[in-house]
Design a binder for this molecule. Structure first.
Ligand code: FPP
Length: 267
């Protein structure tokens, strides 16, 4: 079992390679392979400080850097972050524009650091509708990090799960019409291959910040057996310690995937 205090001390220990330090504390099998986060509460964080909402998004961007590098050091393989949903276009124009500029700012400032951590940048969502400068920044980061084999930092941008599922169905119907697939071939595994997450395992852990208790059209298919952690902390306040706490809570969960624990099998 992960010892949180030990881990936290190791994380803060100066003069030691943090990677080595952390890997000593962890049993790899206990680290979630894929963590998904709904980064919520930027607006409320700003409001509490009498700042415009975009100040919260900017602060939230800095937290992305902190949590991505920590997740990478801990050995998480995929970190999917809900950065902009298909429904977020309904927000005021200036807020949408600001959110669309954040990937450029984030990658402009932090790409060298992501490279140093062997992080690969990816995006899921419909690229066509996002501004060309956002597309360019993301494509450049994806290209420059494509050979990195550490953490995949997967931004869900202009992403909506119902939309994703609908496109999967459409493409399956198209492939069926073209004789590429038969009705009997459409298993859960094959269906998953038509989703934007086809290259990743389903998330083991989903964290939503800010106290809201809903999924907001995020990875509805993929989260079927994921462990959920909801925290009241607003995303701009979400700290490395909060992330470690979430991992600790995750490791204390009993995952049965609809079955029983092995010791219960014969009861
Ligand atoms: C939800 O909070 C947050 C978003 C819609 C945007 C999330 C984006 C970031 C954290 C920055 C992303 C950074 C990069 C690098 C792309 P909210 O605005 O709904 O907050 P509220 O519920 O308090 O109003």
């Amino acid at each position: 079992m992960l010892n949180k205090m030990k881990l936290w001390k190791a994380f803060n220990k100066e003069g030691l390679n943090k990677n080595e330090c952390l890997s000593e504390q962890f049993n790899d099998s206990q680290i979630p392979h894929h963590v998904a986060i709904i980064m919520d509460g930027n607006g409320r964080w700003a409001k509490q400080r009498h700042l415009p909402r975009i100040a919260g998004h900017h602060e939230g961007m800095k937290v992305v850097r902190k949590i991505a590098t920590l997740a990478s050091r801990l050995g998480v393989k995929v970190l999917t972050l809900y950065a902009f949903s298909t429904e977020n276009w309904k927000r005021p124009k200036h807020e949408v524009e600001y959110l669309m500029k954040l990937p450029e700012e984030f990658l402009g400032s932090f790409l060298p650091e992501l490279q140093a951590h062997n992080i690969r940048v990816e995006m899921m969502g419909h690229k066509e509708q996002i501004p060309s400068y956002t597309q360019r920044a993301i494509s450049k980061a994806m290209e420059e990090t494509k050979d990195n084999d550490g953490l995949v930092l997967n931004f869900a941008l202009n992403y909506g799960s119902r939309d994703e599922i609908m496109w999967a169905v459409r493409n399956i119907v198209k492939d069926a019409k073209n004789g590429i697939i038969n009705e009997d071939d459409v298993t859960e595994n094959v269906f998953s291959q038509y989703l934007m997450t086809k290259d990743y395992k389903d998330p083991d852990l989903m964290i939503r910040t800010s106290g809201e208790l809903r999924l907001s059209n995020f990875m509805l298919w993929q989260l079927a057996y994921t462990e959920f952690i909801f925290t009241d902390v607003l995303w701009p306040d979400f700290s490395e310690e909060d992330f470690l706490n979430a991992l600790n809570e995750y490791q204390n969960r009993s995952r049965r995937f609809g079955g029983l624990k092995s010791e219960e099998q014969n009861e």
